[in-house]
Design a protein around this ligand. Sequence first.
Ligand SMILES: C[S@@+](CC[C@H](N)C(=O)[O-])C[C@H]1O[C@@H](n2cnc3c(N)ncnc32)[C@H](O)[C@@H]1O
Length: 258
Amino acid sequence: MFFKGFSYLRFLLKSTNQHGVHSPFVFDLITKCFYKKTNTTDIQNYKKFKIDLLQNTNTIEVTDFGAGSKVFKSNRRAIHKISRYAGTSLKRAKLLIRILNYFTPNTILEFGTSVGLGTAALHIGAPKAKITTLEGCENTAEVAVNQFKKFSYNNIQLISGEFKQSLLKLDIETPLDLVYFDGNHQKEATLNYFQFCLQHINNNSVFVFDDIHWSKSMEEAWEEIKKHPKVKVTIDTYQWGFVFFRKEQEKEHFIVRV
Ligand SMILES: C[S@@+](CC[C@H](N)C(=O)[O-])C[C@H]1O[C@@H](n2cnc3c(N)ncnc32)[C@H](O)[C@@H]1O
């Protein structure tokens, strides 16, 4: 708690808005995507998906694969509670939808499906993209798959299993246009998934890392990612870290309030 408070204070002191940014690519991203309004129909569609989960009072036994939960004490969890506390918030879902509208990715990979809230935002923002999402807990994955069927989200493939094993099963024919890392929030694991995905990028690929300030080790992972020679531009928005590989850009790191 103390760690997050301190890191947020540091973020506030260092962060800027579009006025502190001289890169045209980042300026456009901030003004035409980050600070834009989300399409109303997209918001309504996301809310329908989320409300349906929030009304689901069934409970499931959850297998914890990640860095553990700071909210749940027991592994027997109600689906409406998982949706409320572990899933993407409305604010984040809206930003994700805008990012997809802006970059129009064709191939998307998500680490950590949970009950499918982030995946729903990915689908709504890019309904024609090929979306692959990975989830370790079988019971949680089953909830997500049923939810995608119920809402006819037919462009999503869920691979159930530990990420390391699932990555071996991935059939990546075309480069990954967007990767959303929202699974195992631990340094070594994050860097391993990053290294794996790096083999499948193109010049315009976008990586989005969730919770880069979640812990000291996640901050260390973020610093290593920034230093990687293939990484050109990064944007720290506190909750999410964005990574771009555009060869035409100078290497530069931004800290932006969203
Ligand atoms: C924060 S939740 C994902 C939230 C989801 N992306 C959303 O936006 O609603 C992280 C999920 O990743 C899964 N996970 C964490 N580490 C994993 C691993 N090593 N292998 C497989 N699944 C893992 C957990 O089971 C959990 O459901």
